[in-house]
Design a binder for this molecule. Structure first.
Ligand SMILES: Cc1ncc(COP(=O)(O)O)c(C=O)c1O
Length: 506
């Protein structure tokens, strides 16, 4: 980063706050906005180039339509809870059982967050330390392995503690641990990297097999899954996804898991906000059916970047030992922000928000389908869906993603089932509505977005590689006129729904 071209020049020092106090009458001032602007000024003084990037990121998120299904806009209080001295405290262990002195305040924060999480989701136990969704999955895997394999072996050897085992005994236990089987939805069907993908540790510390969606319908086929589970008999059966646009019947998943004694792990990283907001109820709510539920806290749940595990009391003790088995010291500042986000998620407004996410997702999918765009499975029941850009526009996912970004729409490309373009170029674009819904958009705006996307992509042609003149698999282009028209429509739309309008930063 070049400090020399920093737009936040020394002469502008303290200008954010001064500007704010000048423009906003005293009775209308927001403590969150003042705190944000003050912290920005403090960062500016300490390291101008970093402050510059924060401002640029704000400008980027304000000027581009965020349609990435896994992203959202957290509240300023959630963000502010992370920016303080809590980051300085070590607190390995769990509340009331720490390996460090002076953890009273962290205990209170962690307990508060965990109690709130239990209440919102109706879970028996909550563990709020995982730093991310990937960490939460690792902790969950190892909790199951420890509970079901290691502890049993230690007991069978007549020992109390792992440290009492001879090196030979320990090696035998270790071999048993790495020979267990995990089964999750394949990446191509919408599963996640951490669910047994070959390039992820989940497939290296266990044998991994995956299940696919039905190639014709794109839907989960429970009868086929039941058959495969009977053959494979995995120790862990994972339900959950990053790119599956339909509801999952978790009662059925539990029945399937129980039929071979598998532990059911649901990864609700994507749809936790829809569970908290009571959109996913009955058989579609994983909490009553799963042994363990993992999640991120920053997607539909709209909290800080982080992870969490909810589990039955049966798994409580091993899950609470996430540190030392997987994790190091917890992040108390992030746990504080999780507590704030959970408080927000417990409100009636959050439930309205969660329902609106799905209405918007359906409106956006319908808007595209009405123009003849192929949407996988013919629509969506949740916050996301996949658009097949090869069939619809003759583009691969990478080309469509880069052209949409030029037009100020931020999306991500995604493989579709049996994708001929593979996981890098892909044939799909994943679309999601959690962020635009946070801005206050409704189906009317979704129809406008669908129209912007269609008008742009229908005109697209594959680009060429500048050096060689060969067709580019990375870029697509449209005429300046078409591009400017799309950009203007996005800008007009975003002007009506400003991001953090209380932050007076141009
Ligand atoms: C289903 C699922 N699980 C886990 C993760 C990992 O979350 P994180 O990026 O916080 O590690 C993701 C993230 O995209 C996800 O979609």
């Amino acid at each position: 980063m070049d400090v020399m071209d920093n737009p936040l020049k020394k002469t502008q020092k303290a200008s954010f706050l001064k500007n704010y106090f000048t423009k906003v009458p005293e009775g209308e001032q927001s403590s969150a906005a003042i705190a944000f602007l003050a912290s920005l000024e403090a960062i500016q003084e300490a390291y101008p180039a970093i402050a510059q990037r924060i401002v640029k990121e704000l400008q980027d998120q304000r000027s581009h339509l965020k349609l990435i299904a896994s992203e959202n806009f957290s509240s300023l209080p959630v963000q502010l809870a992370m920016g303080n001295l809590l980051t300085d405290k070590y607190s390995e262990g769990f509340a009331g059982h720490r390996f460090y002195a002076g953890c009273d305040n962290v205990d209170a924060i962690e307990t508060e967050a965990a109690e709130l999480a239990k209440k919102i989701f109706g879970a028996e136990h909550a563990y709020v330390q995982p730093h991310s969704g990937a960490d939460a999955n690792l902790v969950a895997f190892w909790s199951i392995l420890v509970q079901r394999i290691q502890n049993k072996e230690v007991e069978a050897l007549g020992k109390k503690n792992l440290n009492d085992l001879t090196p030979e005994e320990y090696e035998r236990v270790r071999q048993l641990l790495v020979n267990q089987k995990v089964m999750g939805m394949s990446l191509g069907s919408g599963g996640h990297l951490t669910h047994g993908y070959r390039h992820n540790i989940s497939s290296k510390m266990m044998q991994s097999v995956s299940y696919d969606v039905d190639p014709e319908t794109g839907l989960l086929d429970y009868a086929a899954l039941q058959k495969q589970v009977k053959e494979e008999k995995p120790l862990i059966l994972i339900a959950g996804y990053s790119a599956y646009p339909r509801l999952i019947d978790f009662a059925k998943m539990r029945e399937i898991a129980d039929s071979v004694g598998s532990t059911l792990l649901v990864d609700m990283a994507h749809f936790a906000g829809l569970v908290a907001g009571k959109v996913m109820r009955g058989n579609f709510n994983p909490i009553p059916f799963a042994h363990l539920v993992t999640t991120t806290t920053h997607k539909t749940l709209r909290g800080p970047r982080g992870g969490m595990i909810l589990c039955t009391n049966e798994y409580k003790e091993v899950v609470d030992k996430g540190c030392p088995i997987v994790l190091g010291g917890p992040l108390p500042h992030v746990m504080a922000a999780k507590a704030l986000a959970f408080k927000e998620a417990a409100s009636p407004e959050f439930s309205v928000y969660a329902h609106q996410i799905v209405k918007n997702s359906q409106a956006l999918a319908e808007g595209l389908m009405a123009q003849g765009v192929r949407v996988l499975t013919g629509g969506t029941d949740n916050h996301l869906f996949l658009m097949d850009v090869v069939t619809s526009f003759g583009l691969n996912g990478r080309q469509a993603e880069s052209l949409l970004r030029e037009a100020r729409l931020t999306v991500n490309r995604n493989a579709i089932p049996r994708d001929p373009n593979g996981p890098w170029f892909t044939s799909g674009i994943r679309m999601g509505t959690p962020a635009t819904t946070t801005l206050g958009m409704k189906p009317e705006q979704m129809h406008e977005i669908a129209s912007i996307i269609y008008d742009l992509l229908k005109e697209a042609k594959a680009g060429v590689v500048e050096k060689t003149g060969a067709p580019s698999r990375e870029k697509a282009h449209v005429s300046e006129k078409v591009l400017h028209r799309a950009q203007k429509r996005v800008t007009d739309l975003l002007c009506e729904f400003p991001l953090y309008p209380e932050l007076l930063i141009d």
